[in-house]
Design a protein around this ligand. Structure first.
Ligand code: ADP
Ligand code: MG
Length: 418
């Protein structure tokens, strides 16, 4: 099955980016920079509540081949779309720049009313914009982007694109970005310029990824603790099931959940829902039910219990011997909470999860923001074919598009290709 890794693919993609750059721009790139997509193993919709997440960077990435230009033009070509955006860096000012009263420390900010470009180009141009805003000496550049991260599958193709672009711009302009700066500025570019109110999860995963580890992240402090996650030693793997249902139609749902959390936190008088403990939950649930309504209370319950599940998952990871059934159980609880309390799942995700577990997976859950995208299943290697066949059959029976499968391989974060 297609689950074995094609180890030649990174080299051929990098080579493709170099050749593509040459064909497009007629010269050699100064370098190639890569930034991975991610799967979130557990801890969903907690990142904008100052909570805990446990993602890993995967071996699918966006590659940016780039070279400096002598003028102040930024030209970016997106290979998957066969589209180019060209803009003067000097024109990349305006609302939100001079005299901006925004708090630069606030990671989630209102979108610009009139960004110079919209659509896909808003991601790379937004990165150039935010880096200039932050005072980095961004110079003119030609950038060729090509990506192996499926778009809109909940694996964070957007953060991969942003982080690859940011590193490429830094590389050809001759300035350095720390990993934390990379994550923070790319998130702000997505929030403000592209207008997507995402939390820090995606960009931190792409920036901080480590080979063989999941990242235990406290999104309030920004602390990242890599935890070894060696499923091969357990003869198991984390299988990504891409339902091929784009999550794009859920954009309003995401913003709605985010604002519901903010209202609940305000109502409870806490800075963020992270500040509500499991012990306080029954009382807080009752209060929010009466004051804001039961739907808000269920949103609250998801966030509080999900934060606790991340901590439990990490505890289990650190116990010997590693118990895959216990990890799987937490994944199932997470999925049920996202489906029933947070209401961000989709029929295809529920079917993938239920079928994978019925076929022998230790556990499964939707991953990413939901409303489509991907599920992940914790599977013993000898059951891989059974799980995949069962999911394919179930999707066919329901008349759903055939899903795609690939393993989640914990990989390095954004870096320059040597
Ligand atoms: P995801 O979960 O994949 O990050 P998003 O909706 O956040 O989904 O981001 C997807 C958007 O990011 C696309 O619609 C497109 O605008 C942009 N994007 C992602 N990858 C690419 C790419 N390879 N080329 C051009 N644009 C891309
Ligand atoms: Mg995204």
């Amino acid at each position: 099955m297609a689950v074995s890794l094609d180890t030649g693919s990174v080299a051929s993609t990098v080579d493709g980016a170099r050749r593509g750059f040459h064909e497009r721009f007629g010269s050699e790139p100064a370098g190639v920079w890569a930034a991975p997509g991610r799967v979130n193993v557990i801890g969903e919709h907690t990142d904008y509540n100052d909570g805990f997440v446990l993602p890993m960077a995967i071996d699918r990435a966006c590659y940016a081949a780039a070279a400096p230009r002598q003028d102040r033009t930024l030209r970016v070509y997106a290979a998957q779309l066969d589209e180019t955006v060209e803009i003067s860096l000097d024109a990349l000012v305006g609302p939100g720049s001079a005299g901006d009263s925004r708090d630069a420390a606030d990671p989630a900010m209102a979108p610009l009313a009139e960004p110079a470009v919209r659509g896909w180009a808003g991601y790379p141009v937004g990165v150039a914009w935010i880096l200039q805003q932050a005072g980095f000496p961004v110079g003119g550049a030609d950038v060729y982007l090509t990506s192996t991260v499926p778009v809109g599958s909940g694996l964070s193709s957007s953060a991969a694109l942003e982080c690859a672009t940011a590193l490429a711009l830094a590389g050809v302009s001759g300035f350095e970005l720390t990993t934390a700066e990379l994550a923070r500025h790319t998130q702000r570019a997505e929030n403000i310029y592209a207008g997507v109110p995402c939390g820090p999860l995606d960009q931190m995963s792409s920036a901080f990824g480590q080979d063989g580890s999941v990242l235990y992240i406290d999104t309030r402090s920004g602390e990242v603790r890599p935890q070894p996650f060696d499923l091969a030693a357990e003869n198991a793997l984390l299988l990504i099931i891409d339902t091929r249902v784009s999550h794009a139609h859920g954009e309003n749902g995401y913003a709605d959940r985010r604002s519901a959390c903010e209202r609940a936190a305000e109502f409870l008088g806490v800075a963020a829902l992270r500040d509500v403990s499991v012990a306080e939950l029954p009382e807080s649930f009752a209060k929010v039910s009466v004051g804001l309504g039961e739907t808000f209370a269920r949103r609250l319950r998801h966030v509080v219990t999900e934060d606790a599940r991340v901590e439990q998952f990490v505890e289990i990871l650190n116990q010997e011997p590693l118990s895959l059934p216990r990890l799987g159980h937490r994944m199932m609880q997470s999925h049920a909470s996202l489906r029933d309390d947070y209401e961000v799942s989709a029929p295809e995700l529920d079917l993938a999860v239920a079928t994978a577990v019925a076929a022998g997976a230790h556990g499964a859950r939707m991953t990413g923001g939901g409303f489509g995208g991907s599920a992940i299943a914790l599977v013993d290697r000898d059951l891989l074919d059974d799980v995949r066949a069962a999911v394919v059959a179930a999707f066919a029976e329901h008349g759903y598009t055939e899903p795609q499968f690939f393993p989640a391989v914990a990989s390095a974060g954004a870096h320059r290709i040597p």
